[in-house]
Write a new protein. Sequence first.
Length: 201
Amino acid sequence: MTPLGLYEPGTSVLHRIPAGAKFLGVLVLASAVLVLDSPVALGALCGAVVLGYVLARIPGRRCWQIARTLLLLVGFVFALQWWLLGLPAAAVVCLRLVAALAAANLFTLTTRVDDVVSAVERALRPLRRFGVRPDRIGLLVGLTLQAVAALSVIAGEVREAARARGADRSVTAFAVPFLVRTLRHADELGEALAARGAGDR
């Protein structure tokens, strides 16, 4: 597992596209998701994202992990939206959710954290004259990406441990260990940053 926790090494076309260009593409897609309100158009957008997974040659095992998580989330949102707003609105909301989250996950699967951090620092370098610290912002972006991956890993391990104890349906059996391990991870990260002088002037 890489520092990002999600990156899938490869040599596909998507892997070779620069991180900045891919990030811009994700932003464009997210904007399109917000603008479009047709289930057909949003379905086509979801199809395009699925094609991206095929082009990136993401292993079926990783795709199933992503799909399983998305199905749980989308199923809950769909039921809630159907109850509150009706079937057409629920379909639009869920298709937007699937397209945006699947595209963002594809970005993390095909992009290393170091490449993302470097792209952010290069983009913000001209703003140094205004007091912006590109290195600090790049570090923040990198830590955010790694934190998301770390929380995903912790959640998976806690869920597996609860399932092994036969308590996979218990909210407490998941929430308490997850909270404890998350706080422990935050403490360890803070100590590591302090040891490296992060935050010192």
